[in-house]
Design a protein around this ligand. Sequence first.
Ligand code: IMP
Length: 425
Amino acid sequence: MPNTILIGSQWGDEGKGKIIDVLTAQADMIVRYQGGSNAGHTVIAEGKKRVLRLVPSGILHEGKVCVIGNGVVMNPLDLIEEIEMLRSTGVECKGRLFISTRTQMVMLYHRALDRADEAARPEGKKIGTTGRGIGPAYAAKVSRTGLRCGDMLIPEFPELVREQVLETNVKLAQLNAEALDADEMVQTYIEAAEKLRPYIVDTIPLIHKADREGKSLLLEGAQGTMLDIDFGTYPFVTSSNPTSGGACIGSGLSPRRIDRVVGVIKAYTTRVGEGPFPTEDFGDVGKTLAERGHEFGAVTGRPRRCGWFDAVVARYAQMVNGVDFWTLTKLDVMDTLPEIKICVAYELDGKRIEDMPASAAELARCKPIYETMPGWLEETSNVTAMDQLPLKAKAYVERLVELSGGRLGILSVGPARESTIRVGI
Ligand code: IMP
């Protein structure tokens, strides 16, 4: 398989976990390049359902090497829990999972800060974060006060943790939140460092050696294009770059070594948390999509907001990421809808626009301009080839790809590995 970046094209939750799992079969090394345990990749394999937040789902395939890249913010306690969960289900990470010495850590004090900051924001200014400390950890990285995984290997580590807890306590006091116990926290992280030590290495030579030897690399992103700190609906975004450019920054692999970009896109749209969402449906359609699509956050359990496919979002994702192949997911969720709408453009202050506005306030004023297609009203979840699709479903898929640009690579019609139709890749 050529070196591949896999990205989410909407507001996350496009079904990347399953597609990564499918593509992993042809990859040798899987590198996660951004985000943290705010993401939840659900993988159903051999009847077992597992939610992975930090460890690349490649770990579920024997012999694959998995890397947590420098662009990730890694919560040591969450990672230990995940490694233990995997071990208890028969998957050993030692010798197959490597964490970059350059990976920033999300500490308990970042989580406290995330929650206190969100609680202190007035209505309308809340982001609706996952409360996992992601924003404060990336802020610490940029402010140059962050601790990296490599710091767990040096004798000064306990003192570095203590310093950060004490500094955070000052900020927490300003937000009227409770102070944290520095001694307790130092002890927690000394123990965590002991457990994670065997996994922490300089992953740059590791990745490059694999590439030089002709191994296939799969770079997996979390969240999606519209949650990107630069390209998303700022400020209602996450704090990293899920878009394809982030893959090189977050792994240390040069852009010249990337062969293709695969964009995962759902046949309708969802969003969790606050922020504009032009095609959101507050009626029966939204309810049907939520129920049939099990649209609840894999990490927070929050219900996801649901609505029609938005081709303005898809075209934008195409531009920003350079998608070579689309992977269209969850088509089966729409099987019972008699009529289906696609947003082809927006109306903003009385004018038709085709491109994504940069301002979230403008996007909030955008009204979708819809095209309507008939529903197929037949089950698609048992379809195994494109020519078995009901004609109306096929027409819908073709229209989405036409509006989005690029080619169809994979069509997914159910959560299991088996419910996957390979078309172009
Ligand atoms: P944070 O990443 O926890 O700071 O949250 C910022 C925004 O990104 C919120 O709207 C979250 O709901 C959203 N978000 C973060 N991770 C995910 C994800 O994996 N799927 C969908 N939305 C997410």
